[in-house]
Design a protein around this ligand. Sequence first.
Ligand SMILES: [Zn+2]
Length: 438
Amino acid sequence: MLSGIAQRFERVFIRDSTASLLWWGKTLPGGAVRRLQTDAFRRVVRYAAKRQKFFAEKLNERGLDASRIERPEDLEDIFTTPEDLISRPPEDFLCRRPDLVFETTGTSGPPKRLYFSYDELDRSARYEAAGLLENGVKVGDRVVCTFDPGYWISSWVTFLACKRLGVFCSATGKPQPREIYERMRVYRYNVVMADPTWLVSLSEIAEKDGCSPLKLIFAAGDRMTDAYRNYVQQVWNAPVVLGYGSTEAGGGMGMECRRGQGYHVDQFNFLFEVVDVDAQGFGELVFTTLARRTEPLIRYRARDITRFIEGPCPCGLPLARLDAIKGRRDEMVVMGAGNMHPAIFERVLHDVPGVAETWQVAVRQEGLRDVIEFRLELVDGISADRVKEHVTRNLEGRFPDVWANHQCGMFQLAFQFVPHGSLTRARKPKRLVDERKS
Ligand SMILES: [Zn+2]
């Protein structure tokens, strides 16, 4: 049975216009938001305990009774991890028949597969629509969205958010930036939504060949450094607003306001925790999906490092804020090429003749470009050019998605050849390092 406030929330969230949802979210007292979250958390825990094999097993192992769980801490060390999603069959997480599936990038082996209902996708679109409206997007605007569709979620959610707002939208997939540039005047796009490094490539064309007027640029996907953001804003003379989300989250979890001081998070559909915090309050983001019933995730470890920002935002929105993502708890590096894991480079390098077993790949920033630098020890007598050619061919053939991003100018390749034995001189190097400054 839903409490009074939860019933009102469902009504506003599902049926009312985006404008009234936004108004409602803005005027709801903090105490009411917390009550909604606590109610929803209790409900999803009880639901998953009955229907989700994985979660039921975890409760059972620890001898916990779902009906006594009131808040995340009561679950002790029960979490859902990315490794759980990969290693166990989907049936262990599915609680009812799904309508659709999305994947995370499967570059490190099998992808994570996440199942949803159409309603759940719509819900995610409603949050994004509210965020876009708050940032000034409204009827009469013309959006071009170049997030990759395929098995990835963001393009679909954005398209549905625009539909919800009644805003003209082209969801084009991710073509070469030049193709979109040529059409910007034809279709009078004034809002661009894209991956940060793709935006840099588009902006370089615009800087040279001229800009059409934009009112807003929305970026999400890979990492936007301050240098990239400043450059894009300066070329177009338009604000860049960042979004934060993932396939596991079923779309967006947070969006910046125009003040750009952290992500205002969707507290209505997620309960967020930051765990294993350091002295500055940074730790790993953990979220529970409060509304999803197809494949709810209880205390999902996002592996992203962030912290809550204390105090109210100058914009006045009462939603809690998360700081910019500072890094990853695992070895993944989020960049222009995609979400890169060391395993990708293992698959690229393992059969290249002349490359010694110890290697390192560094992600650097050079001017306005992400650079993947292969640091390789060569076995005597092998030609460096031949190694470069072989590595490039392997990357192109084995990871076409990564290569497509290279073709869009979202990253460059570099090689550094070092004498045999020099990488191991100190101790075994990390295989993949992120050397970009935040
Ligand atoms: Zn704000």
